[in-house]
Ligand binder design. Structure first.
Ligand SMILES: *Cc1c(COP(=O)(O)O)cnc(C)c1O
Length: 232
């Protein structure tokens, strides 16, 4: 267990260094690129060493798993920031708004309506990113690119939700750069400052193309079971 902890912490340090290096290479301020440490499928024993090392921003893809894991960790580390990076069902909106600081996966009017209703009911206002399905893949969540501008305008005007970021997961079998550049272009023309793009295999590319958030799991915690890759 001690070995696992030190390996995870060493990985985390290496990822932090790689982010700084990439930011430097591409003339970005390293302080403008946040690491969202993706802790899905990890138990508290794996997460605690990273918390102890100073990481506070984490990403989870399932509301239920996050709800079972994070409240106890937050008691110990009250300044934890949680991002929801997986698809959100409307029947989980209540829990999601209660737990998450940022919901990165807003992607349809019905969900925007449910989030807006919950914001009104509770006064809690998680930050919201819109997920764009840049590769127009059938199996993937996210707004289709041709509807992105309309959906963002609807969120703002009809549901009175502030959209501060965009997120994408490029198709696994394609080079990510075109997708990242495309996402940055949609953000620019909609006046959106934050870009969540880049994972373990391609975060340097994300940083090159303007990412403000990179979502990194396996480079820190090691490979997940095949089942979880399929769920992505
Ligand atoms: C799991 C996941 C990640 C992290 O992927 P790694 O390849 O393990 O870094 C990033 N984004 C989303 C949406 C995920 O579900």
């Amino acid at each position: 267990m001690q070995d696992d902890s030190s390996r995870i912490v060493a990985n985390w340090h290496n990822v932090m260094k790689a982010i700084d290096r990439a930011a430097g290479d591409f003339e970005r301020d390293p302080g403008d690129v946040a690491l969202v440490c993706v802790s899905k499928t990890c138990q508290a024993e794996a997460i605690l060493p990273v918390l102890a090392a100073g990481q506070r921003l984490f990403g989870e893809n399932r509301v239920q798993e996050a709800t079972s894991k994070w409240p106890a960790l937050r008691d110990q580390f009250p300044d934890i920031q949680l991002h929801l990076i997986g698809p959100l069902q409307t029947n989980k909106v209540r829990e999601a708004v209660e737990l998450f600081d940022v919901i990165e996966t807003l992607d349809r009017p019905k969900l925007a309506a449910a989030v807006a209703a919950e914001v009104t009911r509770t006064g809690r206002r998680p930050e919201l990113f819109v997920q764009i399905n840049t590769g127009a893949e059938d199996q993937k969540a996210g707004v289709l690119p041709e509807f992105a501008d309309t959906f963002i305008a609807e969120c703002r005007q009809i549901y009175e939700l502030a959209v501060s970021g965009l997120m994408c997961i490029p198709p696994a079998n394609q080079h990510a750069s075109a997708h990242f550049a495309f996402l940055a272009q949609i953000a620019r023309r909609n006046g959106i400052a934050k870009l969540s793009m880049g994972m373990s295999s391609d975060f340097e590319l994300g940083i090159q193309l303007g990412a403000t958030h990179v979502r990194i799991g396996s480079a820190i915690f090691g490979a997940r079971a095949a089942r979880d890759h399929a769920a992505l």
